[in-house]
Design a protein around this ligand. Sequence first.
Ligand code: ZN
Length: 272
Amino acid sequence: MIDFSKLCIHTQTTKPWSIEECIINFASAGVKGISIWRHLLKGKDLNKIKSLLDSNQMDVVSLVRGGFFPSVDPKKRLSAIEDNKLAIEQASAIGAPLVVLVCGADSKQSLEVSRQQIKDSITELIPFAEKRKVKLAIEPLHPMYGAEKSAILTLRQANELCEIINSPWVGIAIDVYHLWWDDQLENEIIRCGKNKNILAFHICDWLANTLDFLTDRGLMGEGCINIKQIRKWVEAAGFNGYNEVEVFSDRLWAKDQKKYLKDIKKSYLNYS
Ligand code: ZN
């Protein structure tokens, strides 16, 4: 069945495009959902961006990204809180219901200490987020990012953290790239769904001979992730939101982005 009603694309997937180009080109390709990366908003009038989104009937799925909470330096932890407050305000201004959190890690301290700081920082942000009706989605990252990008490295750790925080304003973004290898994935998805904590679902593929752990992701169907299976688990756990295509790839960014957008739609239909 040809159904693009749940297709969302991250602006970083078509990195060569400006925010305006993403909105206009996604909309004219029949893509309804957009997840917006913050650097594209730098220096922009957010009211204008909101009007452009509205006039193109685009649904803003999330703002990406906040987080990066832990640090051995207390000043840096404070400035991370301020930056996350700004992200929440930006999300509210453009009509994004959630901010995705890449939680952060500091290699100068243990993962346990980083996780404690993540918990404290998110807890501190909850009243601010609640007031602006913006949710916070913890995104567990692949363990290869444990040194600097995230101390939350499995869905189990994200579930535990959410259960401790226990707020309707904090949930989880499930990304197949980070979690596909986990033999406890199905159980943890069920657990996440029971807690009503699945806030987002990100898709792409893992290339078997990947050249770079950051910028060599595959389009769905190019790699080894059983995306259809994971999507089934997520939907069976109660999630019925967008499937967000989030691909970082030097190879694909080098393509004509309008042609690439057609490939994304084809790959979405066939492999997710
Ligand atoms: Zn993601």
